[in-house]
Structure formats: structure tokens, C-alpha cells
Design a protein around this ligand. Structure first.
Ligand code: FES
Length: 122
């Protein structure tokens, strides 16, 4: 069902685990499957210098979280906000149609973390 790229990201995910003293956190869930994704960010001068995740979900959700954290490290907050689930899917070289929603969690978790960070600063 999954391509090699997705399987590799699922079996050897990058940036897994909680982050101590994170500058921002975002947690989102999918009501239909019950899966949850939490993203932690370390931010300096509006640039994401580190990102980690904890995902209680399917292989596609874990592969998407891993890939999404890799994509946002080094990006400004505005650049990270532009990342769409379709960009994550492209990096993963595709997800099965019934697993597209899992990548949406990654996009939403990033947005949630950044919004929380900006709300905290405001
Ligand atoms: Fe729930 Fe994939 S099935 S995130």
C-alpha cells in the first residue's frame, strides 16, 4: 500500500519525541480516526531552528510528521505556514488516496504551533 519513501520515513522517522523548552507547540487530531499529532518548535528570530513531533497515529501520519518537521527546519514562520499537505505528499512521493487526510494533520499541526506562538507573543 505504501511506497518505499513512506515506509522508510515510517520505519526511521526523523525528529521524533518531545522537546524540552519548546518555543511553540501545536496539537491536532483527526476526529474520524482518532489519531493525534503534536509538533514542537524551537524558534529564533522568526526562524524555525528545530522541530520535533509525537504522533499517535498510522504509518502515513508518522511518515508525514517526520517529513514535515524536516521540511520546516530552517524556514521562517511565514514560509512554514505556506507548507501544504500536498507538499508533504510530494516529498513522500505519494500517499494512497485513503491516507491523504493523515498528511493534513501535519499541515494543521504546524499551523497550530505557529498560531499559538504568535498568540503568546502578541
Ligand atoms: Fe488517522 Fe492516518 S488513519 S492519521
Amino acid at each position: 500500500m505504501y511506497n518505499d519513501k513512506v515506509l522508510e520515513a515510517f520505519k526511521n522517522p526523523k525528529n521524533v519525541g518531545a522537546m524540552e523548552n519548546a518555543d511553540a507547540e501545536g496539537t491536532v487530531g483527526n476526529a474520524s480516526c482518532g489519531d493525534i499529532m503534536k509538533i514542537y518548535l524551537k524558534i529564533e528570530n522568526d526562524v524555525i531552528i528545530d522541530a520535533k513531533f509525537e504522533t499517535f497515529g498510522c504509518a502515513a501520519a508518522i511518515a508525514s510528521s517526520s517529513t514535515a518537521t524536516e521540511m520546516i527546519i530552517g524556514k521562517t514562520l511565514d514560509e512554514a505556514l505556506k507548507i501544504k499537505n500536498s507538499d508533504v505528499i510530494e516529498k513522500l512521493e505519494g500517499l494512497p488516496p485513503q491516507k491523504i487526510h493523515c498528511s493534513v494533520l501535519a499541515e494543521e499541526a504546524i499551523k497550530e504551533a505557529i498560531q499559538n506562538y504568535r498568540a503568546k507573543k502578541a
